[in-house]
Ligand binder design. Structure first.
Ligand code: NI
Length: 173
């Protein structure tokens, strides 16, 4: 396993529609392991393949936050949202590609997803609370959408300008 560098917004690769995975190859297995290691190291609760520059429909998540609780690393390949609730939830979201910026985003409280696992089988599960928000946030990434795209134009451009400055500062070292 290895930690991969995380792309920082703005980056054209974070705006792309990602391609479906045709079959679970050894490369996909390695990608998923690396993504989990990268996510836990960051640390974060979710990470999508385009964030490490791979434009494929894969994301990982683990929203277990309680101290001492067993981790639940999940790998979702070709995920689809098949149902959402009318009831919504508002969470302060962040993103490993937009470090140190957080904003409230409202999304359906419940989301049922269908995906292919690393076992090549189709799985289905209804997620609630933080898990549902995380799954919807990560699925957005696979469609080239970031959480700031859910915000108003002024707030979004303000964050983008700050990120451009951060990237310039990082490049200067
Ligand atoms: Ni994100």
């Amino acid at each position: 396993m290895s930690i991969r560098p995380i792309l920082i917004h703005p980056d054209p690769r974070l705006k792309k529609l990602c391609a479906p995975v045709e079959s679970v190859t050894a490369d996909i297995g390695k990608l998923a392991e690396d993504m989990l290691e990268t996510m836990y190291d960051a640390p974060g609760v979710g990470l999508a393949a385009p964030q490490v520059g791979v434009l494929k429909r894969v994301f990982v998540m683990d929203c277990i936050k309680e101290e001492g609780a067993a981790p639940r690393p999940m790998v979702l390949i070709n995920p689809e949202i098949i149902a959402t609730s009318q009831e919504v939830n508002t969470y302060e979201e962040g993103c490993l590609s937009i470090p140190e910026h957080y904003a409230e985003v409202t999304r359906p409280k419940l989301a049922t997803l269908r995906w292919m696992g690393l076992d090549g089988k189709i799985h289905e599960e209804e997620f609630d609370g933080l898990w549902a928000t995380c799954a919807q946030h990560e699925l957005d990434h696979l469609n080239g959408k970031l959480f700031i795209d859910h915000l108003g134009t002024i707030k979004r451009s303000m964050i983008t300008r700050k990120m451009q400055k951060l990237k310039r500062d990082m490049a200067r070292g």
